[in-house]
Design a binder for this molecule. Structure first.
Ligand code: NAD
Ligand code: TYD
Length: 340
């Protein structure tokens, strides 16, 4: 049995990870530590909540006493750190919690993992730590770290700390850096669910700037299969980029969502740009493909349709979210931007 501490497992990617791996493996015992911030939702974990090899603990990764208790109580030997503040726009509205959770929280996990001599510590990171690309080129694992937003700089800080713990203490760490995810259970603040939900509610679709910023989209399950591969087979001290070679300008994504829903493009509204908006992200995932034999399984055209279908079939899930605290965030973020 592998006793694994998964942090942030009630969020979008972490819950998809737990649901996926526990449907396939019974040699994992997973303790999910999640603070249940605005982005954490225990409904996401319905498929596993009664499993014997799954435990949920509500709490903060910054709480050393609690983290030590979990290591002791559940004999933790592995850590997969998904927990983070994850939204760039929120990091622009207020950055402190990003450095608290993403940097200090990772430090608490690393120090405790060192104390309990874990066998592997996987840091879930992002391609955003590399900064922004021009019209050509791809991020490789040797692209210099050059983050531009409070969010990406906090993730970069954590990545460097993880590397330092490897070099200084020989800790068995490994880092994944993935591109933009989409799929079921993604919090409505992110581009794709925001556009689906606004379109369904006949609200304006706020496209930042000229809509030509490029993101490299990967289906969340492909990301999680890659994480699991790196967790089991990745080389200690290494970084693995994860991407599906699927670059799209934002406006193309927004128009595609509208066409899948049969809605008109008159809902689109170009709005004031995000400050410091990274122009283009694109991942070279040759390393994980050639070393570990991973490759994406899902086609974008199919998986984006399935994602839209999921939001159509799960209006209660997002209806509850958008009627709560989210309204204040939405107003802070968009009321000065959207006219229509
Ligand atoms: P999310 O915002 O949906 O979920 C984050 C989860 O972490 C939530 O359940 C939240 O409650 C929890 N959390 C936040 N602060 C915590 C704390 N202090 N202690 C314990 N739990 C806490 O994020 P996501 O999109 O699922 O992203 C997960 C990870 O993947 C993050 O580390 C993110 O940087 C990384 N990542 C995300 C993407 C993407 O496209 N979403 C791409 C690459 C990497
Ligand atoms: P987002 O989903 O926030 O991910 P990230 O900023 O981490 O890449 O945004 C994806 C892209 O979509 C990004 O270029 C910003 C853009 N965007 C909009 O144009 N309008 C929006 O309302 C949002 C949330 C994002």
């Amino acid at each position: 049995m592998k006793n694994i501490l998964v942090t942030g497992g009630a969020g979008f990617i972490g819950s998809n990870y737990i649901n996926t791996v526990l449907s396939q493996r019974d040699d994992y015992f997973i303790v999910n530590l999640d603070k249940l911030t605005y982005a954490g939702n225990l409904e996401n974990l319905k498929p596993v909540e009664n499993k014997k090899n799954y435990v949920f603990v509500k709490g903060d990764i910054c709480n050393r006493e609690l983290v030590e208790y979990i290591f002791e109580r559940y004999k933790i030997k592995y850590v997969i750190n998904f927990a983070a503040e994850s939204h760039v726009d929120r990091s622009i509205l207020g950055s402190a919690i990003f450095y608290q959770t993403n940097v200090i929280g990772t430090n608490v996990l690393l120090e405790t993992a060192r104390q309990y001599q874990v066998e592997k510590f996987l840091q879930v990171s992002t391609d955003e730590v590399y900064g922004s690309l021009g019209a050509t080129g791809l991020f490789t694992e040797s692209t210099p770290i050059s983050p531009n937003s409070p969010y990406s700089s906090s993730k970069a800080g954590a990545d460097m700390m993880v590397q330092a713990f490897y070099h200084t203490y020989g800790m068995p760490v490994v880092t994944t850096r993935c591109s933009n995810n989409y799929g079921p259970l993604q919090f409505p603040e992110k581009l794709i669910p925001l556009m689906i939900i606004n379109a369904l509610n006949n609200k304006k679709l706020p496209v930042y700037g000229d809509g030509m910023n490029v993101r490299d989209w990967i289906y969340v399950i492909d990301h999680n299969i890659a994480i699991d591969k790196v967790f089991n087979e990745g080389r200690t001290g290494e970084v693995y980029n994860i991407g599906a070679s699927n670059e799209k300008p934002n406006i193309e994504i927004v128009k595609l969502v509208l066409s899948i829903l049969g809605k008109g493009e008159d809902l689109i509204e170009y709005v004031k740009d995000r400050p410091g908006h990274d122009r283009r992200y694109a991942i070279d995932s040759t390393k994980i493909q050639s070393e570990l034999g991973w490759k994406p399984k899902f086609s974008f055209d199919e998986a984006i349709k399935q994602t839209v279908e999921w939001y159509l079939s799960n209006k209660e899930w997002w209806g509850r979210i958008i009627s709560g605290e989210y309204q204040k965030y939405y107003s802070d973020q968009y009321s000065g931007r959207i006219k229509g």
